[in-house]
Write a protein that binds this ligand. Structure first.
Ligand SMILES: NC(=O)c1ccc[n+]([C@@H]2O[C@H](COP(=O)([O-])OP(=O)(O)OC[C@H]3O[C@@H](n4cnc5c(N)ncnc54)[C@H](OP(=O)(O)O)[C@@H]3O)[C@@H](O)[C@H]2O)c1
Length: 263
């Protein structure tokens, strides 16, 4: 399938590890030039070097941004756009959630994590949209999470952070549609990253299980019985970024092995 991605340019936040890094690698494999943004600049540089080595001729640059420090955002986007010579795709992937129940999460953590997502996502998008408007294939892909649709008390913070991201996705699709920009969200279920390892560890401790048994226990609620791989998220991101998805906008797609109960 011709995806119409060769030579396109993407800014990806949270591209130095986890899901964002795999999205960067998968877009690069389709010929997309990459600006890898994150707080940890050496890790972003490592990711960019890997992309350049794997795809000679590709532009891949590392740019430091700390979404908890709003004044770093506009200069980071400007630097990325300058290095790439424009931008067609913005992937807002940076984020996470402090694990715990309402009474366990200190106020400071609510404020810190909300600054990254959804506030950082808002600021990244606001800085990038003027440039996306110049593209004939403008795309915004927001990485949300299934807890935005189905909150859980043991992961209290994931609910509002990802619900806010879903709501913004819909409203941004309305706002930027007339400029030819599509806006969509991907909602991962528990994905095999550091977060999954933590979750398995906590479940093993709380239930007195070994690691493999804890993993089996967690997968009981996943109809397809498998942990999501970051590549599963990246493959969908590539499709949503492609010319093939030109009329898909304002939607959110779960990648969760069927775990979410609502439709
Ligand atoms: N993994 C899952 O099971 C899961 C499930 C649902 C949703 N998600 C969502 O998927 C996205 C990626 O998750 P992941 O599991 O791949 O996370 P991860 O491995 O913890 O990576 C998080 C990324 O966000 C960046 N980031 C965090 N704080 C930042 C800040 N203040 N400024 C700039 N960048 C910052 C990190 O960069 P630095 O290293 O430079 O800080 C890193 O690249 C997140 O939005 C998360 O909410 C993940």
């Amino acid at each position: 399938m011709e995806l119409g991605l060769t030579g396109r340019k993407a800014i990806i936040s949270g591209a130095n590890r986890g899901i964002g890094r795999v999205i960067a690698a998968t877009l690069a494999a389709e010929g997309v030039h990459i600006a890898a943004l994150g707080r940890n600049l050496p890790a972003c540089e490592e990711a960019a070097v890997e992309l350049r080595e794997r795809h000679p001729g590709l532009t891949a640059v590392a740019v430091k941004v700390d979404l908890e420090q709003p004044p770093t955002i506009d200069p980071a986007v400007a630097a990325a756009v300058k290095a790439l010579g424009g931008v067609d795709i913005l992937v807002n992937c940076a984020g996470g959630a402090y694990r715990g129940r309402l009474e366990e999460i200190p106020d400071e953590m609510w404020e810190r994590y909300f600054k990254v997502k959804p506030l950082g996502l808002i600021r990244m998008t606001r800085a990038t949209v003027p440039h996306l408007k110049r593209s004939d294939q403008g795309r915004i892909i927001n990485i949300s999470g299934t807890r935005g649709r189905e909150p859980e008390s043991h992961s209290m913070m994931s609910g509002p952070i990802n619900f806010g991201t879903l709501s913004l996705t819909k409203a941004m699709a309305n706002e930027f549609g007339p400029s030819g920009i599509t806006v969509n969200a991907i909602a991962p279920g528990s994905t095999r990253t550091r977060r999954w390892d933590e979750l398995v560890g906590i479940t093993a401790r709380e239930r007195g299980l070994g690691i493999e048994a804890a993993e089996r226990f967690l997968l009981e609620e996943v109809p397809l019985g498998k942990v999501i791989d970051p590549q599963d998220i990246a493959d969908l991101a590539v499709f949503l970024a492609s010319a093939r998805a030109r009329l898909i906008s304002g939607t959110a797609i779960n990648v969760d092995g069927g775990r979410t109960r609502s439709i």
